[in-house]
Ligand binder design. Structure first.
Ligand code: FRU
Length: 484
């Protein structure tokens, strides 16, 4: 018998603040051996409020330590989402005596101007740190990018563009992305805009990110755009485009809408700065549709696990792939291997895995792409079902019977995601952590992230297949908590 957790639904290896409200990850940056995660934070309540940048640090992206608040609202407004860069060349001049400044580029959201309906209440500002993110100074010349008259003008994601030795800012501007450039992060020139007539437009565009990936030795640029609402399974979600970028203009190869994650709970995800050849994303593991009312206390929300991004070609089309970073291996406890398993009807995995904590990683591959379901359950009859539906050629996560669902009418649903891979066999990785499941199918071509709130932890694990399925290899690894 496992003692009831003093904090039901507290994720054990995902970052969640000790107390109070969190939304988007902000300013993720790797600097001098430390990963920094800043986040939209309201320290006076468990619902959204005047935004600060909370802060957490980690040596491995797995074990996070919460730090004091980094940025507080000021006379220019709340501190909305943005990014952070290592200003190696000290282009800003913020570095003194050879110091390398860490610079945060964020949106100031001015509630007074918002009330006055000036339409100019969001603008971009800077803050810098000369002590590895411990303390921050706001730039006296803020804002560095005033509002030209666009009501939604926010979430600057900045990166250095080496071919032209300039900074590029990717900014969400209502229903499109606007690119700006700068030599010093202080003076910005508008370069181009993208997207008003392509992609999904069920909601406002937010939290973009533009980064290069390599495919067959060629540089391919990926543009992430979060939208709220209008996601494939309701509420907020993140779409992406792949294409070319020349320092001025982004040209997509295809204008078809593609989704980073088909689950309902990976929003506003962006990548870390300064991670060399690796492109690593973390998202906010919630959804604006119900984030303010999920049954957790005294905190609200967690981040997704960090995911390494790549590209894969399917039928001559390029897709983004996401897989959990290898650093997560630090959580691994005992592994149980099951070979040549044939599931007809149902197979109780619990007896073999003795899954007690509900924290685990499951890897499996099937011989053919046939129907099967993995059921996480408890004695109370709560269940979360993750599966593949051959007729629809779709993966799904069904949380309609997952326990507490009544806090929002759209929460208790079954979500689906198209299978993009044409591989005859299915391979998948599941990461389960008390109140969430992250599904990475076919090498990360189809991804789903869903949160849930069972009455007690879902420690039973069953595989079902009415038509029968052959699983040549299954690996179950118990994971340990990284929360102190
Ligand atoms: C996305 C978002 C951003 C904004 C922030 C405010 O979730 O709406 O566009 O900067 O949250 O907290």
């Amino acid at each position: 018998v496992v003692a009831a957790s003093p904090e039901p639904h507290r994720p054990q290896y995902h970052f969640s603040p000790k107390a109070h409200w969190m939304n988007d990850p902000n300013g993720m940056v790797y600097f001098n051996g430390t990963y920094h995660l800043f986040f939209q934070y309201y320290p006076d309540g468990t619902t959204w409020g005047p935004m600060h940048w909370g802060h957490a640090t980690s040596k491995d992206m797995v074990r996070w330590q919460e730090q004091p608040i980094a940025l507080f609202p000021d006379s220019l407004g709340y501190i909305f989402s943005g990014s952070a860069v290592v200003d190696v060349n000290n282009t800003t001049g913020f570095g003194k005596n050879g110091q390398t400044p860490l610079v945060a580029i964020f949106t100031h959201h001015n509630p007074v101007l918002e009330k006055q309906k000036t339409g100019k209440h969001e603008y971009q500002s800077l803050a810098y740190s000369l002590d590895e993110g411990k303390t921050w100074t706001k730039y006296a010349g803020n804002p560095v990018l005033p509002n030209p008259g666009i009501t939604d003008f926010r979430d600057p994601k900045v990166r250095w563009y080496e071919p032209q030795k300039k900074w590029i800012m990717t900014l969400a501007t209502k229903d499109r992305i606007t690119f700006y450039s700068s030599p010093d992060l202080k003076n910005w020139t508008r370069e181009s805009e993208f997207g008003s007539t392509v992609g999904a437009h069920g909601g406002v565009w937010e939290c973009p990110d533009l980064f290069p990936l390599t495919h067959n030795g060629k540089t391919v640029w990926t543009l992430l755009v979060s939208i709220n609402p209008g996601g494939p399974n309701g509420g907020s979600a993140t779409q992406y485009f792949v294409g070319d970028f020349d320092g001025k203009t982004f040209k997509p190869y295809s204008t078809e809408t593609k989704w980073l994650d088909y689950g309902t709970d990976n929003y506003a995800g962006v990548t870390f700065s300064n991670t060399g050849n690796r492109t690593i994303l973390m998202g906010w593991m919630s959804n604006w549709q119900y984030a303010n009312v999920v049954p957790t206390d005294p905190w609200r929300s967690a981040t997704t696990v960090p995911r390494e991004l790549g590209l894969k070609e399917v039928n001559k089309e390029l897709f983004l792939t996401s897989v959990p970073v290898e650093e997560l291996g630090a959580l691994n406890q005992e592994t149980v291997l099951v070979n040549n398993l044939t599931v007809k009807d149902r197979y109780e995995l619990t007896a073999k895995t003795r899954n007690e904590s509900g924290l685990f990683r499951l890897e499996l591959s099937t011989k053919t792409a046939g129907d099967f379901a993995i059921v996480l359950a408890n004695e109370q009859g709560n269940e979360v079902v993750i599966g593949y539906d051959k007729t629809a050629n779709a993966y799904y996560i069904d949380r309609s019977k997952a326990g507490k669902t009544g806090f929002e009418k759209g929460f208790g649903k079954r979500h689906t995601a198209p299978r993009l891979s044409v591989d005859p066999k299915i391979s998948l990785t599941l990461l389960v952590d008390v109140a969430s499941v992250e599904l990475f199918a076919d090498g990360g071509l189809t991804v789903m992230t869903d949160i849930f709130f069972p009455d007690t932890d879902l420690t039973k694990l069953v595989i079902k297949s009415a038509s029968g399925i052959v699983i040549p290899a299954l690996e179950y690894t118990k994971l340990t908590s990284s929360v102190k």
